[in-house]
Unconditional design. Structure first.
Length: 383
C-alpha cells in the first residue's frame, strides 16, 4: 500500500516568481522556503506524492532533514489516499469535519475607535512628511473639531454583541479631551459577556481622576512620547512612576519616522528607553523566533491589520486609517456584514522584516493604503 505525503490541514503553498512560502491560516504561521531543492520538494508534496518518489528525485540527506523540519512544525501528514482530507489517518480529515464554525466565525483582534480628532499638543514630529499616521494621534483644525456620537458606539457594539473582540483601542486626537465620552464608551464595552482588554492613547500626563479610572477598569494606557528634551522626559518619567504606584499598565511609543510603529516594554522607564536608544518592540506584534533551519519565518498573516477594524468618528468602518476601502457606515449597515468584507485584506500575508535602505517595515510598504497615499514620497523605499 502506498503512503502519500501531503500538506496538513489549512497549509497552503504560495509562489511569487522565484519565492516560495508555505502558510497556515489557522495557526497564522508563514515560512519562506529558501533552498532550491526544498522548494521543489514542497511543490511535490503540495500535489500529493509518496516518500519513495521523493527519494528517487532528491538527495536522501536533504529530504531526511527537511522531513524532520516539516513534521516538527506539523506541516505535513500521511495518508493512503492521494486526495486531500479523505481518510481517518489524515489529520486534516479529522479537523475538517469540525472546522466549518472556525472558518465562518468572525474574530476581531482589535477594534480601534476614534474618540475625537483634535489635540491640544503640538508634537515635535506632527504632520511632517516623513510620518505615516496609521493608528496614532493626529491633529485637525480646532474649527473642525469632532467627537464620536454615542449612537454610533451603541450601534457598533450592538451589532457585534455575539462576536469575540480581543482588544479595543480608543484613539484620537487626544481622547482624554473628552473624558465623559471615554467613560460612556467603557461602560458600553463592559456590558459585554466577553470583555476585551481596553487601551487608550494619550500624549500627556493625566489627572489622578483619570488614573483612578484606568486602575478601576484595568485599562492599559498607550503613551505617545511627543518630545525628547530633558524637561519633558523628566516630567513623563514622574508620570510613569505615578502609574506604577497605582498599578496601571502602560505602553510607550514615539513618533519618529518608522519607530512610531514600535512600542516600549511597559516595565521600563522612559529615561532608560529614549536616552539609550534601545530597541522598542510591541508586545502584541512580536514575531516569535521560529524557523525551519535556514528557512526564515517572514511573518504572520498581515500582522498589521489581521482581524482589525477601525470605527471612524463619523461611523464609517474600515480596516485601518490608511486602507479604508468602501464607504460603510454602522448607522446604515450591520457592522458584521461590513466586517466580513475585510477578510480579504486580513488574509493577505505580508513580510515583517525592515527594508535595509530606509528602515521602513515592509508590512507598511506593502499596505495598499500606504502605497496609494505615499507613493510620490522620495524618502521612502517602496520595495
Amino acid at each position: 500500500m502506498k503512503m502519500y505525503i501531503k500538506l496538513g490541514f489549512e497549509w497552503e503553498l504560495f509562489e511569487e516568481k522565484e519565492h516560495v512560502w508555505i502558510g497556515n491560516s489557522l495557526t497564522n504561521k508563514l515560512f519562506k522556503i529558501e533552498q532550491k531543492e526544498k522548494k521543489e520538494i514542497i511543490k511535490e508534496i503540495s500535489n500529493g506524492t509518496t516518500e519513495q518518489e521523493l527519494i528517487n528525485k532528491f538527495s536522501v540527506d536533504v529530504w531526511d532533514g527537511f522531513k524532520e523540519e516539516l513534521e516538527n512544525n506539523k506541516v505535513i501528514c500521511y495518508s493512503e489516499y492521494q486526495e486531500s482530507y479523505v481518510d481517518k489517518m489524515d489529520r486534516g480529515g479529522k479537523l475538517i469535519e469540525t472546522s466549518s464554525f472556525i472558518k465562518s466565525k468572525i474574530y476581531i483582534s482589535r477594534a480601534v475607535i476614534e474618540v475625537n480628532n483634535t489635540c491640544d499638543k503640538k508634537c515635535a514630529f506632527c504632520n511632517e512628511d516623513n510620518e505615516i499616521p496609521c493608528l496614532s494621534c493626529y491633529r485637525e483644525s480646532l474649527d473642525n473639531s469632532a467627537v464620536i456620537d454615542m449612537k454610533i458606539i451603541e450601534k457598533f457594539w450592538s451589532d457585534l454583541n455575539e462576536i469575540f473582540v480581543a482588544e479595543v483601542l480608543l484613539t484620537g486626537g487626544n481622547p482624554f479631551r473628552n473624558f465623559d465620552i471615554i467613560k460612556s464608551i467603557v461602560n458600553v464595552i463592559n456590558l459585554r459577556r466577553q470583555k476585551p482588554q481596553i487601551f487608550i492613547v494619550c500624549n500627556e500626563d493625566l489627572s489622578l481622576k483619570n488614573i483612578e479610572f484606568l486602575q478601576k477598569y484595568n485599562i492599559t494606557l498607550v503613551i505617545n512620547l511627543v518630545k525628547s528634551d530633558e524637561i519633558y522626559l523628566n516630567k513623563m518619567e514622574t508620570f510613569i512612576k505615578l502609574l506604577q504606584n497605582y498599578g496601571v499598565k502602560y505602553v510607550l511609543y514615539k513618533r519618529v519616522n518608522v519607530e512610531r510603529f514600535e512600542f516600549a516594554s511597559q516595565s521600563r522607564l522612559i529615561s532608560d528607553i529614549v536616552r539609550k536608544n534601545e530597541t522598542i518592540v510591541s508586545k502584541d506584534n512580536i514575531v516569535r523566533n521560529s524557523s525551519l533551519n535556514v528557512n526564515s519565518l517572514i511573518g504572520l498573516k498581515n500582522i498589521c491589520t489581521l482581524g482589525k477594524v477601525l470605527l471612524h468618528i463619523n461611523g464609517k468602518l474600515s480596516v485601518c486609517k490608511e486602507y479604508q476601502g468602501e464607504e460603510n457606515n454602522v448607522l446604515s449597515q450591520n457592522a458584521i456584514n461590513t466586517t466580513l468584507t475585510f477578510e480579504e485584506v486580513w488574509n493577505k500575508a505580508f513580510p515583517t522584516e525592515k527594508c535595509q535602505s530606509c528602515n521602513l517595515k515592509k508590512i507598511c510598504v506593502n499596505c495598499p493604503g500606504i502605497l496609494e497615499k505615499y507613493s510620490n514620497y522620495s524618502n521612502f523605499c517602496f520595495v
